[in-house]
Design a protein around this ligand. Structure first.
Ligand code: SAM
Length: 357
């Protein structure tokens, strides 16, 4: 098996280690050895070996196997996966490879599906950006591209508790306690979502058992805090309907941004999506959003809020706000983990700027 695959596996192993999954660190060590020995993991991954790192092939493969565990089809491996009530043991690597061998065709086929890590933790990093945009004094029209199941489109239904304030309904099923390491956004700024909509190439319906299974399978099995967050977000999703269109990001946005919409602040948002668009897609996205920004007015402002990787182990939250001049044009608001907290808030506290000019 080619060294490209080994390089992908090593990079993902490092990512899982940094991201706090000792289980996947161990599993990927075994997968690497199996691939190098010409075993079943290499056969499952072979059709995808030439894909770029950004396509997250290894995470797709891990999710395909996790899905078997969660659906009760891989009992031996389930014994090692905390997400299925197990405890990681020394034989986890062997159990993983044996599961791949036993379900090779399905694992290979499911590895072809896009990764659907719909991580509600990212809302903790994005909230500050929404609060800054709310400083326009207008309700928000939120348009999310690559929304997956749209869990983060319900960000205002989650609870955030900082040292200096609170945001969101007390008793919400998703609760962030002190997600900010130091400075915090101004959490008492008024914020209302007037409209929420999203698109995804392969949307997941969080109201169906298959959709929920897929979302759970994309989590890492030894991260109970993320599992708890996902279960809470699924409860919120059941209460707050949001339509996610099956559509490619740029075309979908172009339609929605064709005309300024009066009386709302339109926020284009995405998190961990840019890498999947490719260089051309990213350039097209920038062009569409910038063109809409140039048509924006004080009564129909446009914002571009994004959480995307800045380095191999950290993401950055950026905000652009039109019309210009704007005090937050292309501002880096925060640095955070790929799954959200801890968030290092780097921007000034949100202030109302309705009369800015
Ligand atoms: C890693 S997930 C992130 C999901 C969500 N944004 C979050 O942060 O939880 C990436 C998502 O982008 C979607 N995606 C990838 N390329 C896309 C495109 N060109 N247009 C629309 N969605 C896309 C995938 O289907 C997937 O749901």
């Amino acid at each position: 098996m080619g060294s490209d695959l080994s390089a992908l596996l090593l990079a993902q192993q490092r990512g899982c280690r940094i991201g706090g999954s000792a289980l996947y660190d161990e599993v990927l060590g075994a997968v690497l050895a199996d691939v190098e020995a010409g075993g079943p993991c290499g056969a499952a991954l072979a059709p995808y070996a030439d894909e770029p790192t950004a396509a997250a092939v290894v995470l797709r493969f891990l999710a395909a196997v996790h899905e078997l565990v969660l659906s009760g089809e891989a009992d031996d491996l389930a014994g090692h996966y905390p997400s299925a009530g197990g405890r990681p043991g020394a034989a986890v690597g062997d159990a993983f490879v044996a599961t791949v061998a036993a379900h090779l065709d399905r694992v290979r086929e499911r590895t072809g599906r896009p990764i659907q890590t719909n991580e509600a933790g990212r809302s903790a990093a994005l909230l500050g950006g929404y609060l800054v945009v709310s400083g326009t004094g207008l309700p928000l029209r939120v348009l999310e591209i690559g929304a997956s199941a749209g869990l983060n489109l319900r960000f205002d239904r989650f609870r955030y508790e900082g040292r200096t304030g609170r945001f969101g309904p007390a008793g919400a099923p998703v609760r962030f306690v002190r997600p900010w390491t130091d400075a915090e956004p101004r959490l008492d700024a008024p914020l209302r979502v007037a409209e929420r909509a999203g698109c995804d190439l392969d949307p997941v319906d969080p109201r169906t058992p298959e959709g929920r299974l897929r979302l759970r399978a994309c989590l890492w099995p030894d991260q109970p805090h993320r599992r708890e967050r996902l279960e809470g977000a699924l409860r919120v999703a059941a209460e707050v309907p949001v339509r996610i269109d099956r559509a490619e990001a740029t075309g979908w946005l172009r339609d929605r941004l064709a005309e300024p919409v009066e009386g709302v602040a339109t926020v284009v948002v995405h998190s961990i999506v840019a890498q999947y668009l490719g260089a051309e897609g990213r350039a097209a996205l920038e062009e569409v959003v910038t063109a809409a920004g140039e048509r924006a007015t004080l009564s129909a402002p446009v914002a571009w809020l994004r959480l995307e990787p800045a380095t191999v182990d950290e993401a950055e939250v950026r905000l652009s706000l039109w019309p210009r001049p704007s005090p937050v044009a292309h501002h880096v608001l925060a640095r955070c983990g790929f799954h959200g907290p801890p968030v290092r808030w780097a921007a000034p506290r949100a202030t109302r700027r309705r009369s800015d000019g």
